[in-house]
Design a protein around this ligand. Structure first.
Ligand code: SF4
Length: 243
């Protein structure tokens, strides 16, 4: 029976995808983002007190109590796709038990292939953290290309629900991300596909960020956020949200 290290299960969340949903957080991430708010979730071998190693059946059982009041579940991290077979098991079991309409979403950094899980998920909330290869490497410690490949695969499959970018400083990098993702979606699935994809712009906040990274990160001013939001709207993303 496949298991995964689960750091937290929230039975009712309104911030992990559309509507009221259960959110399941898994330990371990293959990125090391400078602005990570939950750096304690990065180390795959860490075993914080709150962590339980659970089977997919146990996770679905926990979610079952909330099912009359939620429309689906979202699996997050860390990076949930480090546990792709487990993600597959949770989503396929949830659909068997609660019906095909019960939506299963992933919150992912997009660095790992989705092939295994695509048949059992409804979509992905995908982080695109920078538009330049070297900027992406410097910010996350990981290459950008696999993330862009995921944009293409998910857009073609009609499973790119929302793209998320953290806006820092003057907002220029976020501006470039919006443009790049827009082009990728158009190439992969046509201009209409952009209008079926949401874009969430997340204002960088220093709370929870490791001390050594604080100096190089700046909170964006309101006009930088507004400009990014306006640009995402002009590109045709729908809906565009800022938090
Ligand atoms: S991808 Fe998310 S969990 Fe992983 S290091 Fe970056 S912000 Fe943290």
């Amino acid at each position: 029976m496949r298991t995964a290290p689960v750091t937290k299960i929230i039975e009712h969340s309104v911030v992990d995808g559309p509507g009221n949903r259960a959110a399941i957080f898994l330990q371990g991430c293959n990125f090391n983002c400078a602005y990570c708010h939950n750096p304690e979730t990065i180390d795959p071998s860490a075993r914080p007190e709150s962590l339980s190693v659970l089977t997919a059946e146990q996770v679905v059982e926990r979610v079952a109590g909330a099912v009359p009041f939620i429309r689906g579940l979202t699996i997050s991290g860390g990076e949930c796709m480090l546990h792709a077979p487990f993600v597959y098991d949770v989503c396929s079991l949830a659909k068997q038990r609660f019906g095909a309409e019960f939506s299963c979403l992933l919150d992912s950094n997009g660095s790992l292939p989705f092939d295994l899980v695509l048949p059992v998920i409804d979509g992905v909330l995908l982080d695109v953290k920078a538009a330049g290869e070297s900027t992406h490497e410097a910010l996350t410690g990981a290459p950008l290309d696999p993330v862009l490949a995921s944009v293409t695969v998910l857009a073609r499959a009609g499973k790119l629900i929302e793209v998320r970018t953290v806006v820092t400083g003057d907002g220029e990098e976020a501006f470039r991300c919006i443009e790049l993702v827009c082009c990728r979606i158009r190439e992969a699935a046509g201009a209409d596909a952009v209008g079926r994809t949401g874009y969430k712009l997340i204002r960088y906040r220093p709370k929870g960020v490791r001390k050594e990274y604080l100096r190089n990160l700046k909170v964006p001013a309101a006009p930088s956020m507004e400009r990014a939001v306006e640009h995402a709207r002009q590109c045709g993303f729908n809906p565009v949200t800022a938090v």
